[in-house]
Design a protein around this ligand. Structure first.
Ligand code: SF4
Length: 74
């Protein structure tokens, strides 16, 4: 599998959720479609793997995934 397992439901992948300074194509190239090592770095992926819904979290969010998950679950 060459793509992240969340591609079908991820709003970043679909282009629904955008960043002001990075394109959807950049996210796909840097995270979603470049192998486990890449999507494993995606904050959305990490938060989802912790069992939380990443909502509007972007792949390059600088915060720690556990901190984000905790803030989402309160
Ligand atoms: S790598 Fe991140 S942005 Fe890309 S589909 Fe997976 S969860 Fe979404």
């Amino acid at each position: 599998m060459n793509k992240c397992k969340y591609t079908e439901t991820c709003p970043v992948y679909s282009g629904e959720l955008k960043s002001p300074n990075l394109t959807t194509a950049m996210f796909k190239r840097n995270y979603c479609e470049t192998g486990t090592d890449s999507w494993g770095l995606c904050r959305r992926y990490q938060v989802a793997e912790l069992g939380s819904e990443p909502a509007d979290i972007m792949p390059h969010d600088p915060r720690d995934a556990e901190d984000i998950a905790k803030s989402l679950d309160v």
